[in-house]
Design a protein around this ligand. Structure first.
Ligand SMILES: Nc1ncnc2c1ncn2[C@@H]1O[C@H](COP(=O)(O)OP(=O)(O)O)[C@@H](O)[C@H]1O
Ligand SMILES: [Mg+2]
Length: 338
């Protein structure tokens, strides 16, 4: 299902939670809303689901209007053809696994047909044989798989996830992340996923929408968001960034080298602040002269306090708005002089 939002906005008690926003979710794509707590992700998702009413704007599903403030159209949640998975699983505690999954399926189905659909959904999440258990008899990961099975059993046009893995421990979170991503992909579902976790967003998504303070800063593939951030906030929020000029130009740690690799490399002096061994490499934090602290990667241990030179190839520099500010040119000139 293709979903288009235009001019959607929402305030609570005169305070904007989401500023006027346009966003399109492409059919069959996995889109993630990524941003810090309070930036408006849940509000946007809930408006899409019909759980929160926008103050203005329009929402279309496959071209059909499902919400319009101006036209007074507001299709209720249960008619929007969507599935939802939340952080707290939201399973009915008094119902068995079977009953929880069956609940979402439309009434009027033949009993045998219903049983087949439920079994199919439970099979997908590898919970066959657990039909008669109650939620409290399941682990967190199993509960979330039931919630997922319930959401997809109806074959919704879009599935909405709001921080579905936040309540799980780190190991299980990674396992479930891969499992959910694969299931969503295999089923060809259109998905909107909300998280504040950049690793989740980067690893699962076709498209990432980075939000801050009720607005969208950038939308793009994980690769684009990482390698060509259009906004300093995006650059800082995702991955590590080494700033050449504040808020204007930066380089990623993997593109900082300890030796000159090209004749036009820029060279920056600094002093090693700390060294962290992370298994496959050393992450070295360096206090740069006249600049901030950078991160660079090394294959052997460095000494804290050691004076070093770091090199950056000009084509590896990401420039954001206003990069032609005089200080940029000045800093590049300073670098060349060393
Ligand atoms: N029902 C509500 N009543 C009042 N304020 C709300 C309500 N829901 C959300 N907000 C506020 O709107 C802003 C965005 O919230 P939310 O969409 O939940 O952010 P996120 O999901 O990104 O953490 C926050 O400042 C939050 O406090
Ligand atoms: Mg939220």
């Amino acid at each position: 299902m293709k979903l288009e939002m235009t001019g959607i906005q929402k305030s609570f008690n005169q305070t904007p939670a989401l500023l006027p926003t346009d966003l399109t979710l492409e059919h069959g794509k996995f889109t993630t809303l990524l941003g810090p707590s309070g930036c408006g992700k849940t509000t946007l998702l809930r408006m899409l689901a019909g759980l929160e009413q926008p103050d203005a704007g329009e929402i279309r599903a496959d071209g059909q209007c499902i919400y319009s403030a101006a036209k007074r159209i507001d299709i209720p949640t249960h008619k929007r053809n969507l599935g939802m998975v939340f952080q707290d699983f939201a399973l009915w505690p008094h119902m068995t696994v079977y009953e929880n999954v069956a609940f979402g399926l439309k009434a009027g189905k033949q009993k045998s047909d219903l049983r087949q659909k439920v079994n199919e959904a439970l099979g997908m999440v590898r919970l066959q044989g657990m039909e008669d258990r109650y939620p409290h008899q399941l682990s967190g990961g199993q509960q979330q798989r039931v919630a997922f099975a319930r959401a997809v059993a109806v074959r919704p046009g879009v599935i909405l996830f709001d921080e579905p893995l936040s309540a799980l421990d780190a190991v299980l979170r990674e396992e479930m992340r891969i499992e959910m991503m694969s299931l969503v992909r295999d089923m060809g579902l259109t998905a909107l996923y909300v998280t504040h976790d950049q690793i989740e967003a980067m690893s699962m998504s076709d498209e990432i929408v980075v939000m801050q303070k009720g607005r969208i800063l950038q939308k793009g593939s994980p690769e684009t968001i990482y390698s060509a951030p259009s906004d300093p906030y995006v650059a800082s929020f995702i991955g590590k960034s080494n700033w050449l000029t504040p808020n204007q130009s930066m380089v990623r740690p993997e593109h900082v080298t300890w030796n000159k690799t090209g004749h036009d490399d820029l060279c920056y002096p600094g002093t090693v602040l700390s060294v962290s061994y992370v298994g496959e490499r050393y992450e070295v934090r360096v206090q740069m002269e006249g600049l901030g602290v950078w991160t660079a990667y090394m294959n052997q241990r460095m000494c804290v306090g050691e004076r070093v030179q770091l090199y950056v190839a000009p084509e590896r520099i990401c420039r954001m708005d206003g990069y032609d500010h005089p200080s940029m040119k000045q800093n590049e000139a300073i670098a060349v002089a060393y």
